[in-house]
Design a protein around this ligand. Sequence first.
Ligand code: NAP
Length: 349
Amino acid sequence: MNPKRVGVLGATGMVGQRILAMLDNHPWFTVTALAASENSAGKKYREAASWQLDQPMPAWLGDMTVTGSKPDLDCDFVLSALDANVAGEIEPAFAAAGYPVISNAKNFRMEEDVPLVIPEVNPDHLDVIARQRQNRGWRKGYIVTNPNCSTVGLVMALKPLHDMFRVSKVFVTTMQALSGAGYPGVASLDILDNVVPFIKGEEEKIQVETLKLLGGFDGAQYQPAEINVSAHCNRVQVRDGHLECVSVELERQAEPDEIIAAWRGFRPAIADKKLPSVPTPAIIYREEENRPQPRRDRDAGAGMAVTVGRLRRDPILHYKFVVLSHNTVRGAAGAAIANAELLAAKNLL
Ligand code: NAP
């Protein structure tokens, strides 16, 4: 396959930086355009972006010029890490101009003709693209979205359980990393020596996105999964990695070893496509009594694996466990790149 040329919208932000770092030496994609706000337009990337990653900025990136976010970029498709306040206008403008838009932003996730996709969970939902183009009069372009960062890890852990035992109730409490709030994010005086028990819109996103992701799609319409989901979301002073304590009720009885076998044996339907950013295994179950932990487990599978642990019986629902995923990799940049890889594998880019 000839490398596809990718433009990155929101290239200067936290997620934009992760996307660019993950695209360094990508086997299928080459970065040809960088876009952000008018404040960054015209600047070299090294001047426009406050580089936040531990790994150095790729050598080819610093001298590239950032442009404004007008739909005239020299690329085959765009990955969007735009602020949600502007994604609602900019992303459809790109789609209308013929660009496939693969977005991290929340704006279009729940629209009935927009796929909300995790490649290992619901790749068939991409089939709605034809209807989206028809509905919106877009000939070539379209929008595909990935979930909120705290939803990805949860849904990955639930997917094998839902397939095998049908999940009927989920109660989840998150401890979410600072990088999830973008840069500069939460003020240090708000978060040092503290936990903030509120993240605007986050609980609602987990509660609705989970149902779309685990729900059915009959080729025309989504049927939300019949699961009651209740979420509590907290911001904690961890740099990267969202930790979630989850309790579940299952429709079919299961023994603990069957649940662990479901996670360990999970083989996604897209496994044969060998998408470069999708790890094997996608779900890791750890036996230690005190894992997963953000600092120790967030980089599993180059940040794309989801780590589960501490499975025990729950006296209120049936089982409880802990799940961890890297919020800016698996929960954002890597989620969008994996979606782009799936679209490329299906000849949709
Ligand atoms: P961020 O660090 O605040 O970056 C926002 C980006 O949007 C910057 O590149 C910024 O460019 C650009 N932007 C702002 N105003 C603009 C405008 N008027 N026109 C064009 N570009 C504009 O945010 P982030 O954390 O990377 O998040 C990006 C998106 O991903 C958001 O929609 C967020 O909700 C979503 N998301 C984030 C995470 C996470 O873990 N951080 C996870 C999942 C989803 P300038 O630098 O030029 O201002």
